[in-house]
Design a protein around this ligand. Sequence first.
Ligand code: NAD
Length: 318
Amino acid sequence: MGAGRALVTGVAGFIGSHLAERLLEEGWEVVGIDAFIDYYPRWMKERNLEPLSSWDTFSFVEGDIMEVGLERFGAGVEVVFHQAAQAGVRASWGQYFQIYTHCNILVTQRLLEFFKDRPLKRFVYASSSSVYGNNPDLPLKETSLPQPRSPYGVTKLAAEHLCLLYHDNFSVPVVSLRYFTVYGPGQRPDMAFHKFIKAMLEDEEFPVYGDGTQTRDFTYVSDIVEANLLAAVRSGVEGQVFNIGGGSRKPLLETIALLEKVIGRRARPVYREPERGDVSHTWANVDQAEKLLGYSPTVLLEEGLMREVEWIKALYKR
Ligand SMILES: NC(=O)c1ccc[n+]([C@@H]2O[C@H](COP(=O)([O-])OP(=O)(O)OC[C@H]3O[C@@H](n4cnc5c(N)ncnc54)[C@H](O)[C@@H]3O)[C@@H](O)[C@H]2O)c1
């Protein structure tokens, strides 16, 4: 399958913008949509869009997927990369849950309804390791029991189930990718590395929730982008769910030590109680993605952190 017309939802976000840029470089015509949800500042998202706007094969629609007329730009789309979501585990409680059900569940259902009667080659859904919660079955396999610990995780799992339902009932060619903690240039400002690096560059204290022994499987953003391309055009698999990890599982304490090495300055962490919804460990078994998609992560944590540090220096210099 050659390059064609792709829809990237959440295109102004961290992952969506990287993905769109790669697609454009590979000769795709990309239509992107984003509502600039105010979870983090609009200027950061506008900055993510800057490298895309110079391509005349890129078009951007500002709007909420629940409200825009999808007919306007959905026609002719061959592949959907559904990255839009209200992200973040800790903010998903209480009154904010409504935003999560809107952006994560209702939006996904609307897209699936729209595309179920249209010729589509692939619908790639950005799922999350948070569907597993604190499942002790490490490293986590796709067959491990999902047991989300946060309302966010519940919405990501619900949307994943919707994708499978539309595959089984309407033959929508869906693939769900469960991303494990994504990092790199463009990382959202609510995420740990972004906050740690910014604080360290400014020689400030930063909170660490828990005692730092919790582990995460960190995945560099270009590996996530590659997984999307493999799932969309470079493999014939559909109706399946895959773990996409980075092969860099580390305790938070070790990542802070690594950042001290990369930045050349001592960190000033302040340890606090874990927040509701936080999980202790994530660790991906990526055998399925390796076997069926040909996926294998390539960017090591130290290299990836160096690139994120350089990006954060430039981001706040403006
Ligand atoms: N970053 C990670 O570590 C990580 C891990 C697992 C899964 N994911 C998933 O990957 C995807 C991208 O995450 P990200 O970190 O780039 O988040 P992000 O917040 O940077 O990007 C998501 C974008 O979607 C947009 N959006 C949300 N609701 C919308 C709506 N109703 N209409 C139009 N646009 C809307 C937002 O404005 C935002 O720009 C999400 O689905 C997220 O759940 C991310």
